[in-house]
Design a protein. Sequence first.
Lengths: 439, 346
Amino acid sequence: MKMIRRIMVILLMCAVALIVGGSAWAGDTIKIGIIGPMQFVQGKGHWNGATLAAEEINAKGGINVGGKKMKVELIQSDSNEFLNVTDATNAMELLMTKEKVDFVLGGFRTEAVLAMQDIAMEHKKIFIGCGAAHPELCTRVAENYNTYKYFFRGTPFNSKLLVKTSFLHLKFVGDILKSQLDIPALKVAIVAEKAMWADPMVTATEGFLPKIGMEVAGIWRPSAVATDLTAELKAIQSSGAQMIYTIFSSSVGIPFARQCGELKIPAVQVGINVEAQKDGFYEATQGMGNYVFTMNTYCRGVEYNDLTAPFVESYVKRFGETPPYTADTYAALVYGLAPAIEQAGTLDADKLVKVMEVGEHKVPSGVVKYMVDEQGRQLHDLTWGPGYLTSLGVQWQNGKPVGVWPNKWKATPESQEVTYKGIADYKIPPWVIEAYKKK
Amino acid sequence: MSLLRYHLRKLFMIFKNEVLVLPSRIVVCIFFILLLIWPLIFEDPYAMRIVILASIFAIFAASWDLLSGFTGQINFGHALFFGVGAYGAAILNRQTGMPPWGSIPLGALIAVLAGLIVGIPCLRLRGTYLALTTLAFPIILASLIMTAPEYTGGEMGMSGLARLAMSRTANYYIVVVTMLVLVTVMWKITDSRMGIIFHAIREDELAVKAAGINTTMYKLIAFSLSGFFAGISGGLYAHFMRIAGPSTLEVSMSFQVVIWCVFGGMVTIWGPVGAVFILFPLLEFLRMWPEWRELMFALIVLIILLYMPGGLLPWVRNKIETECPRCKIRNVAFRSSCRVCAAEMK
């Protein structure tokens, strides 16, 4: 009994020492909460990017806050938002009230981020969203500035612009097919996984294709976790489509690309295929994923500016993979938050908002400038376009992802051509060339 | 004055002779009191949030027990009522500016309508067929929500709803008191004549029909009542979270409620409520081990169900209380004779 009592006392003393010691240490650090689905690749990206940023900042002695160097302390919070939105809000509340973080970065699923945003705003903490793309997150800032001014979009640019970029990719590849294969009118098969987020994109694509002189060959909606897509692919082949516009975020992207390659379907794949954004795509498709084209933020060898290569290479060196877009927590911390804190000389959220929402700064994926809406109201949303953020069009060539867009891209007839360093030419799969040259 | 004294004395006697004699009733009393004084002791907003959400889900879980536990109408799509309540309240609040005290009950009435819509075609089905059919309804509604994003917010849901109250403490009392009242009402329903008929329908519907009771009507009542209570919880959830989204209709939401009820003990009302108040904070506690969290949670639930197939709380209750073999009145386990009929307790 005495022994148990002794152990209890020791444990209690340890707990007190931890609490006291912990809080004393916390006084000299800036606590940053990294919230995201940590058991999934998106959350891992959030955490890895932030880890790299914190190490870089701390190696330089920390952030200068009004003459005092303060180190960055990261607090990981698993939002579990893919499975449970309530869980995500509890995680955010925990960061705010128990961990008492100074800033929060992360979030992915729009529905969860909207709810988490409310909690962060209630506590008047700056929340940089690094995953959800819905415009509503920033519309709230414009419509109710005093409440939502603490929210900033870190990455990606909003979903309307993502769709616009994806359509640019479609037109880019379509133009190449037209010119090289001499096809006057292209037929496009829309293949979107059966998921809610893809529904509005399918409708938008249907409306957009005729505007650029393309025809809708048909719409196919396989399950997001389908493993056999032979029937769909055969139907696409019969429809006479020369292009397949993919809208995939789930595992279906792998069997679709693999079987498309195996069956040598005479149509090129363009669009969004999240699986094709990952480094292991070529192996996963058993080498059949060659020539697949997808939107992506980073691609080894392609540089938006002088910050891209150092970030991508150090990320690859540290984590063994190309950074996903959610790893832009790195950029949000190193090039967004840290300089703003140093400039404002304080951690006061209100003062920081004023600093963060003006001006522009270079990040590894371009230049960040926060937009205002038509009425001149602050949106805290990312500016898209040449000179700012555009993302990349990446094609798998010889087992490697290669940046192929923007390649001499002109946003308007008057604007300058944009080609990033390391961009290569788009390649049409040989079996597609063969199929249409015969005709 | 003497009348007041008489009633107070009567109340005290009931409390002494009916409540204090059984540990389970004392626990329920402590639970009620603890919930009501919690914000006076702990001002922690995070802890209050957990209790608020647990209270909302407790109403939801109890409403499933009312329908599936008592009436035996196994519903694997209970999220439909929760989602309809949430979306109903959200649409009313956003489109008409109706405050939460109006939008929540009206949203619940829309959930009653949903209960009737689901209930009528499902009346001819039983057991597995009913369970699988009900499973489809929230999925159908989720698809419908996607087709009208201008009214429902589509994938992101409807956000920016009015708060229940401005302070966390006020939110707490609104939700907790509502939960205590609604759970008591549900418990009283199951203890009434209607509750006995619900029981009977589950045990032998044919026999109930033979007794001249309109079972169709009672099953529809069960669907509607369950829909109403689940709708209230959905409305409270939407206004507390300030968002009503497709996640309220997810299959996981429907299964979660089944887990709570089976874990806590079905056909009790208080079992699911207790289960939510154990499992919801437990899941939060397990955040300390994020990688193992879901696995540990599943293991705990599995172990409990393996050794206590009737549910945790009835198992505990049976350990501390025993039933008199003669008059069927419950007694504290250590009594040697029944507190009512003085029969010897075995």
